[in-house]
Ligand binder design. Sequence first.
Ligand code: GLN
Length: 468
Amino acid sequence: MIDTLRLTAKEANALLTGGELSSDELFAAYRAAIDERDPDLNCFLHVCDESPGAGIPIALKDVIGTKGIPTTAGSKILEGYLPVYDATVTERCQARGLRTIGKTNMDEFAMGSSTENSAFGPTRNPWDPSRVPGGSSGGSTAAVAAGLAPWALGSDTGGSVKQPAALCGVVGLRPTYGTVSRYGIIAFASSLDQVGPVTKTVADCAFLYSVIAGRDPCDTTTVDLPHPVEIPEAEDLRGLRVGVPRELNEAEGIEPGVTESVQAAIELCRELGAEVGECELPRSVEYGLPCYYLIAPSEASSNLARYDGVRFGLRVSPDGIRAMYEETRDEGFGDEPKRRIMLGTYALSAGYYEAYYGQAQKVRTVIRQEFAAALERFDVLVSPTSPTVAFPLGAKTENPLAMYLSDVLAIPPNMAGLPGLSIPCGLSEGLPVGLQLIGPQFSENVLFRAGHALEQALAFDVVPPRLA
Ligand code: GLN
């Protein structure tokens, strides 16, 4: 019997290369886990019965284009859409033998922090099915936490890998902007979107990052990595300068149990040999969220203009082309994309552009500079990933601002294009707490090293007790 709840990708791969299991047997084991547990969790929008390749399975967020396999981005407007090409990240996974086991549930067009904005029903948290898994990559993080895939890919625009990784007790990386190709990814906010790994261990995360990262001629924002990805092994933090930004650690709304876990992890950094000090990000935390909620919806209003009933998915066809556009969009989009399209269209409109979008771009530069200053003194900055642990389904659906605040700590580094790693660092009221590690551009190796050393010392058990 394969214990898919505990098996890491590295261990799964070792079983394969050691000849103890075939790729088909491994695929079948995860398929069986999906059949058993997914009816309660709803992590998958589509499950693959077969998939080419000789390696281990992987689950892909439904925002990632997969040739001939339904790709909806959690939206009714893309129901039935079959991409005619693979995203670059899909291709790169396949080139390494990884087999797509399914497409994971998500907030519609990656807009949300709980997966409740999916047009196909919410995903539930494997630690407590009455609670959300976070979002928007909640299907990917819940699938890994529940042993339905050894690892997965998500996407992170404003926290959508880091925050659900925190709420599901798994590892999630939002890579440096420009290191992972966006080609074939359904666009939300192009200056922020980035695909990232979801795994059980930091070593698995580093490996999967090495598979997907690097320049892609199809996405001109991508670059060659300045150094090869290193799989972390160090067990200490000697020589590492760890900064604790006050505003990111003392923001309003951080639950006491979250602070307690994170403080203990910071103390552990000291014990592991790091030099720990305080620092400030005076404006990044205050203005990060409002700045994001101008820039991201502006870009979304433009990116989502292509869903008009002509080329993709849903078409509602009354008389006349204008009525077709209107009714297709009215029926196809859920409330949150509609809200973002209106916000973005307003922020970009003549007369308001300078005051909203233009101003937000300037604030973004300030945020970038603040992080750059802090990261001159420190190698890594730490904070909670999410102010709260997983909240009950329905708790924030009536209050968009409360939902947006779930990402108040995850968004600021994203605005600066910086990488962020979330690792589980403890429990509060029996639910996982995530620690966010932020570094300069292209510092993924440093984040992996620090995350791995902490992970060894923390010995967090990634298996949700109710499934054990
Ligand atoms: N929760 C944030 C939003 O709703 C971030 C989403 C994301 O990173 N895709 O926009």
